[in-house]
Write a protein that binds this ligand. Structure first.
Ligand code: BTN
Length: 247
């Protein structure tokens, strides 16, 4: 798997939305095509949320994967991409944790979010927002703890160079995922993952489940032990420590 030279735009509504439209319109974009924008006017996050990023200072891009990706494999695709970003950030000297299903945290503050969307029977788009030059005062205005590469390293980074640096790491983990599915990620994912062994809550809309996070099943689903002792598999939701303001 090889990513394309990124197609950069000054401004797009959302790199995910635009890439999905282009695929559906029949444009012949190859596996590994990368669409990046310096500014998104309607960036989207998981569960219908918005994704805000100061224009020109943070990384927002989408990756196209060709080929059928169906349930349950699609559940672990963003986890593979997250591990790629984690290993890249680690190479910069930043200690990164994963958070199920597909966030990256530094000292329990969010630095990266990922949104995977299947847009055709044989095409999936994975969008990634990485806080590169977000300042501490901007991070403080977000409704959950956040950080950026610049906050962690104390210096600004070139956003286009950051993307170039990330892509080989992402390619490596996608190859592993394509070859072995979640089995190729499980150890690395679990080692880095926050909340394993902790009492957590997971919310999906109004539905809330609580229990001890035991680990992850063969497709990346969360394994939760309820207070009754029953074990449950959880496929979607927002995870956080129970009785804590932490993410
Ligand atoms: C999340 O944590 O909620 C996922 C955020 C994903 C944001 C990225 S930015 C690039 C791509 N285009 C979008 O509109 N969203 C994703």
């Amino acid at each position: 798997m090889k990513c394309s030279v990124p197609e950069w735009h000054r401004q797009l509504t959302s790199t995910n939305s635009v890439l999905i439209e282009r695929v559906r319109a029949g444009e012949s974009l190859s596996d590994g095509f990368i669409l990046a924008a310096h500014e998104q006017t309607a960036g989207r996050g998981r569960a219908g949320r918005r994704w805000f990023a100061r224009p020109g200072s943070n990384l927002t891009f989408s990756l196209l994967l060709r080929g059928p990706v169906v349930f349950p494999e699609i559940a672990s695709l963003p986890m593979a991409v997250a591990l790629g970003v984690a290993t890249a950030l680690e190479a910069l000297g930043i200690d990164v944790q994963t958070k199920w299903p597909n966030d990256l945290l530094v000292k329990r503050r969010k630095i990266c979010g990922i949104l995977a969307e299947r847009c055709a029977p044989e095409a999936t788009v994975v969008g990634l927002g990485l806080n590169v030059n977000m300042r501490a005062d901007e991070a403080a205005e977000i409704d959950q703890p956040a950080t950026s590469i610049a906050i962690e390293k104390g210096e600004a980074y070139d956003v286009q160079e950051a993307l170039g640096f990330l892509l080989p790491h992402i390619e490596t983990w996608i190859v592993s995922w394509r070859t072995r599915g979640f089995a190729g990620l499980q150890e690395a994912w679990t080692q880095r993952c926050v909340h394993v062994g902790e009492y957590v809550q997971v919310r999906d809309g109004r539905h809330k489940q609580t229990g001890t996070l035991l680990g992850f099943g063969s497709a990346g689903q969360m394994l939760l032990r309820e207070e009754s002792g029953d074990q449950r598999e959880v496929w979607v939701g927002d995870l956080r420590a129970e009785k804590s303001d932490e993410v």
